[in-house]
Design a protein around this ligand. Structure first.
Ligand code: NAP
Ligand code: F7E
Length: 345
């Protein structure tokens, strides 16, 4: 019988790549969909007609219990979150509700539906539902060491990072308390042509495409010196899946092991279309964060050795893939008079 997966965050970048990957592996896949008429539903259903949807919201415990009960999944991937770090200073309480309490709610839904209770903490699950939590390198924040590994101490620098640290620890706690197969994938930045337009790589690729096509001349950025370990989202969803296929549950750091600056990202993207980044990029101090994460780079030893996982797309190929996709998006938007939004996919 086909294995069943439930994905929260199905309309997001990772949700779409993970659903494609799992469908390719023969899974039946359900996506948790929030809202009365979520406009992003159409774009995921357009990509994958085999996908099913179930209503629910990470803010609503009962809806999560109903969703897990209806789907009876073998695997739950909790990718839903408010994922843009600057928003977490504007709406810290909301981000905490969704990104921290939301994790607890999904774990509780699994615990209730699978028949686990606090008196049965010897791993005797009535139904073994495996759980993946989308943890983040933002938990390392002001990093205690570089590169960062599974044992590096957390020092989050934003309400987003703090909420993710709660989600990570509560996942580990449910593993230890109830014998659940529950893991946190500590993923470093991963991007793609489906990345939200507010994140820096996509902001650059869209900006470059618009400048190349003569629609704008300047691109405002914040801290050009920030260093990140950027990979391709399509590679990272394979690691998520592998984490749920092991004999024993464990947390893994996932990245490329290479770091680059925001300046490097801009230089590669502008070079790709024959433009000089310094002629177009200007610094807007309003885009500099109240507390910046300066350096993130993954120590990928464990994921490479234990999961036999390795990224397939390098940083320069990622940036040029995104620029090429946005040149097409923006050109199509021009041709069809804005019917296709260049900020979406
Ligand atoms: P994304 O594109 O921003 O997608 C976020 C998803 O969360 C959307 O589908 C959104 O659905 C959903 N969501 C937001 N609030 C919700 C709520 N109250 N209830 C249910 N769903 C809700 O993020 P992503 O890049 O795919 O990232 C996936 C996950 O990995 C996130 O948890 C993120 O924090 C984490 N992460 C990402 C990275 C990265 O570099 N991409 C790195 C580490 C960790 P709507 O359409 O309803 O808004
Ligand atoms: O910023 C700098 C900015 O917003 C990257 C999320 O997926 O990855 C992501 O979080 C860096 C930061 O991603 C601009 O200051 C400069 O240092 O693309 P970003 P992020 O904050 O690293 C982690 C792992 C997650 O978990 C998150 O969900 O780029 N930067 N100028 C800028 N950033 C933005 N957005 N816009 C700028 O103009």
């Amino acid at each position: 019988m086909a294995r069943r997966a439930l994905i929260t965050g199905i309309t997001g970048q990772d949700g779409s790549y993970l659903a494609e990957h799992l469908l390719g592996q023969g899974y039946q896949v359900w996506g948790l969909m929030r809202g009365q008429a979520n406009p992003r539903k159409t774009r995921v259903s357009r990509l994958m007609s085999e996908l099913s949807f179930v209503d629910g919201d990470l803010m609503d415990q009962a809806s999560l219990v109903s969703a897990v009960d209806l789907v009876q999944p073998d695997e739950v991937y909790n990718l839903g979150a408010i994922s843009f770090v600057p928003m977490s200073w504007q709406q810290a309480e909301l981000v905490t509700e969704v990104n921290a309490m939301g994790v607890l709610r999904v774990l509780e839904a699994i615990r209730m539906v699978s028949g686990l209770s606090s008196s049965r903490h010897n791993g005797e699950a009535a139904k073994n539902i495996r759980f993946y939590q989308a943890s983040s390198s933002e938990m390392f924040g002001k990093a205690a060491e570089t590169p960062q590994r599974e044992t590096t101490i957390f020092h989050p620098r934003s309400p987003y990072g703090v909420a993710k640290a709660y989600g990570h620890f509560i996942t580990r706690n449910y593993r230890e308390s109830f014998g659940m197969y529950a893991v946190g994938g500590i993923l470093f930045n991963h991007e793609s042509p489906r990345r939200g337009a507010e994140f820096v790589t996509r902001k650059i690729s869209l900006g470059v495409a618009k400048i190349k096509l003569g629609l704008q001349d300047r691109l405002a950025l914040g801290n050009l010196d920030a260093l990140r370990d950027w990979g391709f989202a399509g590679d990272y969803v394979r690691a998520m899946h592998l984490m749920l296929q092991q004999d024993e549950p464990a947390d893994y750091v996932v990245g490329t092991g290479e770091m680059h600056s925001v300046r490097d990202a801009a230089r590669i993207a502008f070079d790709h279309v024959g433009l000089n980044w310094e002629d177009h990029v200007h610094i807007d101090p309003a885009l500099v964060r109240p507390a910046e994460v300066e350096v993130l780079c993954a120590d990928t030893t464990r994921v490479r050795q234990e999961l036999r996982w390795a990224p397939q797309v390098d940083f320069a190929s990622l940036m040029t893939m995104m620029v090429d996709a946005d040149l097409k998006h923006v050109a199509a938007e021009q041709e069809y008079g804005g019917l296709l939004a260049a900020g979406s996919w």
